[in-house]
Design a protein around this ligand. Structure first.
Ligand code: NAG
Ligand code: NAG
Ligand code: NAG
Ligand code: ZN
Length: 372
């Protein structure tokens, strides 16, 4: 009798243990899916857009001459002052998984981050800065065959009035970027601009930046003129591919507001009609005009607004606002994928998993647990 009861008891315990084990499994599965697998499932659906390839080239050559570029923006890695540790941990894990998954599935040639990499670069102590940089390098680790280039944003070095040489120098030390830079890959010219320094008030950093950009403009002009070496101005320039550049910067060129922007990830309806402040939300009219005159870009990519937009300048030059890459700033972060040749380009957008659907999945798993 006694032993019989004992057996019943162990059976009951076993069944209970088994049940608990199953629940634990469910929990672990939900965790693995929501924190790891979901990035593969979602980003796997993104494809590099097709781009027209000039007919006279052989197919082998043409496959080589397409630059696969990825553009993302406003990662805002939280700092020690305003960032809560849990918020930090969560956002950085999400961005790290999204970026690493995108790298392994899409294998871009080059990745551009269009500024505001850090949230508190504008005021962080040197120790906090070093910690932020270390975390950035871990999150955005990339193999040597993928290049990563970063453009400076106002949160990295401060708005114009808080920007100084010390902050710009420490940024330059990590990212090799100060005033502007010309990057030429496979016949495609990218011009990276320090748009925070385009205040036009003649501050030291501003004049250095303008001088640098004028020089780059000259260099590009030389490449587009007939190769006429009697032109002395061009003789000491390194030869660049003769292709109109693509402009990359943090601030958008001047526009009145986001009212014309469309798409599911454009600004919220109640925010769209708020007029933009020059030199704060967007570049000043003068600085925008200068950039267009200097570079005659065929495409402009900018950031800073955290929402998507597409505008045409002078009726022909498209500008794309790249939305924020962080779930802290929006429910549906994304990045832009571009297939670019020296004469043509084609862009598409790759959305990351929705924060709301991850939360919904966790809630479902939680509800299931409670019910069981
Ligand atoms: C930094 O950028 C310049 C171009 O502006 C380039 O010539 C130089 O090699 C880069 N330095 C490093 C260490 O990448
Ligand atoms: C380059 O050429 C464009 C168009 O002709 C011109 O507007 C610009 O001023 C030139 N850049 C320089 C530095 O002269
Ligand atoms: C080269 O420049 C010189 C002087 O500016 C001009 O006389 C000549 O016609 C140019 N040649 C070509 C091929 O453009
Ligand atoms: Zn910004």
């Amino acid at each position: 009798m006694r032993s019989h009861l004992g057996i019943m008891k162990t059976r009951h315990l076993k069944r209970r243990g088994c049940f608990l084990l199953k629940l634990l499994c469910l929990l672990v599965l939900a965790l693995i899916f929501c924190e790891f697998v979901v990035y593969y499932v979602v980003i796997f659906q993104c494809r590099w857009p097709d781009v027209k390839i000039e007919a006279h080239r052989s197919s082998k050559q043409s496959s080589v001459s397409v630059v696969k570029a990825m553009f993302l923006a406003d990662t805002h890695l939280l700092g020690e002052i305003k960032g809560h540790w849990l918020d930090k941990l969560r956002r950085e894990w999400q961005m790290e998984r999204a970026f690493q998954t995108a790298l392994s599935l899409l294998q871009p040639d080059i990745v551009f981050i269009l500024g505001d990499v850090f949230d508190e670069g504008k005021w962080s102590s040197s120790q906090a800065w070093a910690d932020d940089v270390r975390r950035f390098q871990k999150m955005f680790w990339h193999p040597v065959q993928t290049e990563l280039m970063v453009v400076v944003g106002n949160h990295d070095i401060g708005f114009h009035y808080e920007m100084n040489t010390y902050k710009l120098k420490r940024f330059a030390k990590v990212f090799n970027f100060t005033a502007g830079k010309l990057v030429s890959r496979k016949g495609v010219n990218f011009v990276l601009v320090n748009s925070v320094a385009l205040e036009g008030d003649g501050c030291t950093i501003c004049s250095i930046a303008e001088a640098k950009l004028t020089k780059l403009s000259q260099q590009l002009n030389c490449s587009q003129e007939e190769q006429n070496h009697s032109k002395k101005r061009c003789s000491d320039m390194t030869q660049l591919p003769a292709s109109e550049p693509i402009l990359l910067q943090h601030y958008p060129l001047y526009r009145r507001s986001d009212a014309e922007c469309t798409g599911e990830d454009s600004a919220l309806p109640e925010e769209k009609n708020i007029p933009f402040k020059e030199k704060y939300d967007v570049l000043s009219k003068e600085a925008s005009q200068k950039l267009l005159w200097w570079f005659h870009p065929r495409l402009i990519l900018s950031a800073h607004t955290h929402s998507a937009c597409e505008v045409l300048h002078d009726g022909k030059i498209p500008e794309i606002s790249v939305p924020s890459f962080s779930w802290r700033n929006r429910n549906n972060p994304s990045f832009i994928m571009g297939s670019i040749t020296s004469s043509d380009f084609s862009l598409s957008k790759c959305f990351l998993p929705l924060e709301s659907s991850i939360v919904a999945m966790y809630c479902t798993a939680g509800a299931l647990l409670v019910v069981l």
